[in-house]
Design a protein. Structure first.
Ligand SMILES: Cc1ncc(COP(=O)(O)O)c(C=O)c1O
Length: 394
């Protein structure tokens, strides 16, 4: 079976992590892997998570299976967090999944099964797992322009022109906020314009919400998603709790289908449960229960919101300090866009050779497409990284 196998390409971020682990230079800086880091370089367990886990440990008296779609209380908590009151509950179907990636996979597989000719439109660039999973499932991939490398901002005209060519039933994959890898946000006006185009074309928005609360606020980061869900007959959402609850390894995510009405909702709910059954039967429960415990208790919710706000404000302060350090080092505003981007990532506009030089000469680890995880920048690393970038990139 394995003698003549052609190996899949290994994930370049995982490859980078391995090289970083073996690097013994004291000033090494990991700006590659996509996890949040506090100013002292840790990825902490959030205080609300600790308390919720303690409560679960004390009160849980069975580990027996839950339903195929996961716990309905988790669906309810996530529905409110993601959608607020943008749509009536009767339109929403949901199923827990192993992380945001699991939810993406379930939704793309469902699309392939139910509408095999539908294309999936991905932003150029996007998180590599989007294209990897879509390709693996045999879906047709189309791309729409998104990033303007000249300005470090949105190629608005290009994006709108490309999206107007989508066919009815195609999926248009959008990042709810904190676009990975560019850091470029959509304004509410952009979301409105996208919604109007989707209305005209009949394409379906598929929103990847991996960073709610990391951009501007829990509500602002969900505003575009809520707008589309309220104005269009169908919206698909893959939400992750990996980052905003720090539950990375517990694998907590949810696939949400906002449907045209109650009949379609019943069908969508049955399909989501069916696809869970085929792939892993029951979804993981522990992390989902942590999330539902936090969101179901006003005190824990408050503790969580406060800590999340601190993380977000820290990242945005790091962005501002880093953009300023680069302004001083380069004597220009070339990297000013880093201050206005949101979320953990930005593209720094480095060629693969420049990325190699940053790693080899300065022990700075960036993904080869030039994606940097700003949350990996501790305050004492900022001058070192700004100086190295000025030397290598200018
Ligand atoms: C854009 C995007 N979508 C989804 C995910 C899903 O993450 P997870 O499967 O760990 O929840 C990530 C994580 O890096 C991401 O960056």
């Amino acid at each position: 079976m394995f003698d003549a196998v052609s190996l899949p390409e290994t994930d370049q971020i995982l490859r980078l992590m391995a090289i970083y682990a073996g690097d013994d230079r004291p000033l090494k800086v990991d700006l590659g892997v996509g996890v949040y880091r506090s100013p002292d370089g840790r990825t902490p367990v959030m205080a609300a998570v600790k308390q919720a886990e303690q409560r679960i440990w004390q009160n849980q008296n069975t580990k027996s299976y839950v339903g195929l779609a996961g716990d309905p209380a988790f669906h309810g908590a996530m529905r409110s967090l993601v959608l607020g009151d943008a749509v009536p509950v009767g339109r929403v179907a949901a199923a827990a999944a192993p992380g945001g990636t699991g939810a993406i996979r379930q939704i793309l597989e469902m699309t392939k099964r139910l509408t095999p000719d539908a294309a999936v439109w991905l932003s150029d660039p996007t998180w590599p797992n989007h294209s990897s999973i879509a390709r693996y499932l045999g879906l047709t991939i189309r791309t729409y322009r998104y990033y303007d490398a000249e300005t470090g901002g949105l190629d608005r005209a290009g994006m709108m022109a490309d999206l107007s060519a989508a066919a009815p039933g195609d999926l248009v994959l959008l990042h709810a906020c904190c676009h990975n890898p560019t850091g470029v946000e959509l304004s509410l006006q952009d979301w409105q314009a996208i919604g109007a185009t989707l209305e005209t074309t009949g394409a379906i928005p598929f929103i990847d919400m991996a960073y709610q609360g990391f951009g501007n606020s829990l509500e602002e980061d969900a505003a575009g998603t809520r707008l589309l869900a309220g104005m269009l007959p169908e919206t698909l959402i893959a939400a992750s709790c990996s980052k905003n609850f720090g539950l990375y390894r517990d694998r907590v995510g949810i696939a949400i289908a906002v449907t045209s009405g109650e009949t379609a909702q019943g069908a969508a709910q049955a399909m989501l449960a069916y696809f869970n059954r085929q792939n892993y039967s029951f979804p993981p429960d522990h992390g989902a229960r942590v999330v539902e415990t936090i969101l179901g208790d006003p005190i824990l919710t408050d503790i969580w919101r406060t800590e999340l706000r601190g993380m977000r404000e820290g990242m945005n302060a790091t962005r501002a300090a880093f953009a300023e350090a680069l302004r001083v080092e380069t004597g220009s505003d070339r990297f000013g866009f880093l201050g206005s981007h949101r979320g953990m990532f930005s593209l720094i506009g480095a060629t693969p050779e420049q990325v190699d030089r940053l790693r080899e000469e300065h022990a700075i680890y960036v993904v080869r497409d030039g994606r940097m995880n700003v949350a990996g920048l501790t305050p004492d690393a900022i001058p070192h990284v700004a100086r190295a970038m000025a030397e290598v990139l200018i």
